[in-house]
Write a protein that binds this ligand. Structure first.
Ligand code: ADP
Length: 259
C-alpha cells in the first residue's frame, strides 16, 4: 500500500538491552490521521513509539520522517523537536495544571500571550479549564492523563505519540477520554499514533491499525481492512476478541466523526 506518509519504516529493527525486540518490515504513517499500534504486553509497542519519538536509536533498516532518514543522534534530535510522547503514567510536575501545560511552552521561548492562549485552548479542548489552578499532583487518574495530553497538544507537535493512554484509567474515565480524544484529533487534524493492548480502543479511534506480535509488526492498514482481512491467526483472534465493536464499525456506525 502506498500513502503520503509522514513516517516511512522499512525493515527497521530496534534493541533493548542488546537484544532485538522490534522488527518492522514495513509501516507508513499517514499525515493528519490516527494510527493505533496494537499488541499484547511485551510486543514492542513502547519500543516502536520511542523510536518514532527520537528517544531510541534504530539498529537496522530505515526510519524516514518527512522523507529524511533518521539515523544517528543528531537526526534523532530533529525528531524530538517535531514529536511529543505522552507516557501511560502521567509524569506531572509538582505545580499547578496551568504550570504543567506552560512548562514546555516556556522552554520553547514562546511569549506569555501565546502561552496563555494555547493553555486556554487546550484546557478547553480537554475539559480541564476548571482545574487550571489546581495542584497537578492531587488530580484523579483521568484528570492527570487529560493534563498530560493537554500539555502535549499545547506544544502543537507534528506528531502526537501516546503510549497506552487509557491503560491506567477506570472504565468511565477511559470511555470519556476516548470519546473526547476522538473529537479533538478529528477537529485538529492531528497526526497521532497511540499504542494499546485493546483492539476495541483502536477500532473506536484509529484510521489505521498496525498489529505487533512478539516484536514483529505482522499487519498494518486501514482499520476496516484489518477487521475484514486479518492476515494470520493472531490478527484473526484479535479481531474475534473485539467482535461486537468490529461488527458495529463494519456496519458503518463509526464512533469517530470526521471533519
Ligand atoms: P510493550 O510496550 O508492547 O509492552 P516494550 O516495547 O515495552 O513492549 O518491550 C518489548 C520487549 O523489550 C519486551 O520483551 C521487554 O521485556 C523488553 N524490554 C523493554 N525495555 C527493556 C530494557 N530496558 N531492557 C531490556 N529489555 C527491555
Amino acid at each position: 500500500m502506498t500513502i503520503p506518509a509522514i513516517f516511512k519504516l522499512k525493515n527497521m529493527t530496534a534493541s533493548q538491552g542488546g537484544i532485538q525486540v522490534l522488527n518492522v518490515p514495513s509501516l507508513d504513517i499517514e499525515s493528519g490521521k490516527v494510527t493505533a499500534v496494537v499488541g499484547p504486553n511485551g510486543s514492542g509497542k513502547t519500543t516502536l513509539l520511542l523510536c518514532l519519538a527520537g528517544l531510541m536509536e534504530i539498529t537496522r533498516g530505515s526510519l524516514l520522517f518527512n522523507g529524511v532518514n533518521i539515523s544517528g543522534t543528531s537526526k534523532q534530535a530533529t525528531l524530538r523537536q517535531h514529536t511529543t510522547l505522552v507516557f501511560h503514567e502521567p509524569l506531572l510536575f509538582n505545580t499547578t495544571v496551568q504550570g504543567n501545560i506552560e512548562a514546555g511552552l516556556q522552554l520553547r521561548g514562546l511569549p506569555k500571550s501565546e502561552r496563555l492562549q494555547r493553555i486556554s485552548n487546550t484546557a478547553r479542548l480537554l475539559g480541564i479549564s476548571h482545574l487550571l489552578n489546581r495542584s497537578a499532583i492531587k488530580l484523579s487518574g483521568g484528570e492527570s492523563q487529560r493534563t498530560s495530553i493537554a500539555r502535549a497538544i499545547a506544544m502543537q507537535p507534528d506528531v502526537l505519540l501516546l503510549d497506552e493512554p487509557f491503560s491506567a484509567l477506570d472504565a468511565p474515565s477511559k470511555t470519556m477520554l476516548l470519546n473526547d480524544l476522538g473529537h479533538i484529533l478529528a477537529k485538529t487534524n492531528t497526526t497521532a499514533i497511540f499504542s494499546t493492548h485493546d483492539l476495541t480502543d483502536a477500532i473506536y479511534l484509529a484510521d489505521y491499525i498496525a498489529v505487533l506480535n512478539g516484536g514483529t509488526l505482522v499487519q498494518w492498514g486501514p482499520t476496516q481492512e484489518i477487521l475484514q482481512n486479518p492476515k494470520d491467526t493472531f490478527v484473526s483472534a484479535l479481531v474475534e476478541s473485539a467482535k461486537t465493536t468490529a461488527e458495529l464499525v463494519l456496519k458503518n456506525t463509526r464512533f469517530r466523526e470526521d471533519g
